[in-house]
Design a protein around this ligand. Structure first.
Ligand code: SF4
Ligand code: SF4
Length: 197
């Protein structure tokens, strides 16, 4: 389900593109999961409160349009208590890359509605990950394949954020991997600017 936004957020023209893109990715993930479940009678291991991946993964891809979404969400939507928690965690994560993702608040993602595509597509079947387990290495068969055609469609949707509105320019940009060339790591990104530190 797409996150709603109120009147004043309409001042951010890229926001609806970002949320549309996430909606496309979520529906791709759901479709791929259903196919796997039907094919192998498997069950999804990921569930609310299961966050070992948010603790152990050190490389979490994030793109500029997603950073913009996180900035918007943290400054406009996050309650003060969660912002204070986040501020302390950002300090810790900048010092130590092996620290949990700074956006993990207890057992929950503080920015769940605008978490990056990389978090949305990372799903595991049958057995929840152990602490420090990276299932890509321990049991790749249990990791959901990324719904690539949906990811491409989502990237196509957000390309106006990068100044590309023409249909053919957007198709060329997709082929050339323009968005992929802007990849960053959520763990090492300088989130301190969120709090003007
Ligand atoms: S990827 Fe692993 S640790 Fe993360 S929510 Fe799914 S089962 Fe839990
Ligand atoms: S952004 Fe949220 S879902 Fe992604 S790693 Fe961080 S806490 Fe986990």
């Amino acid at each position: 389900m797409q996150l709603g936004f109120d009147k004043k957020d309409r001042g951010y023209p890229w926001l609806s593109m970002l949320l549309d893109g996430y909606s496309i990715i979520d529906s791709g993930v759901e479709t791929y999961i259903q196919v796997e479940v039907a094919r192998g009678k498997r069950s999804l291991a990921c569930h609310k409160g299961c966050g070992n991946c948010c603790i152990s993964q050190t490389d979490i891809p994030v793109y500029p349009h997603e950073v913009a979404g996180i900035y918007w969400y943290v400054t406009e939507k996050l309650p003060q208590e969660a912002r204070s928690l986040l501020m302390g965690q950002i300090d810790a994560s900048q010092i130590d890359i092996s620290a949990p993702c700074p956006f993990l608040g207890g057992q929950e993602c503080l920015i769940h509605a605008v978490r990056p595509a990389s978090c949305r597509v990372f799903n595991v079947f049958d057995t929840p990950c152990q602490q420090d387990e990276d299932p890509f290495y321990t049991r790749q068969f249990d990791v959901l394949l990324p719904p690539q055609e949906y990811i491409n469609e989502a990237f196509y949707t957000v390309l106006p954020f990068y100044g590309l509105k023409d249909r053919y320019d957007r198709m060329d940009a997709l082929e050339d991997g323009l968005i992929n060339s802007r990849i960053m790591n959520l763990k090492t990104y300088n989130w301190k600017e969120l709090f003007n530190k």
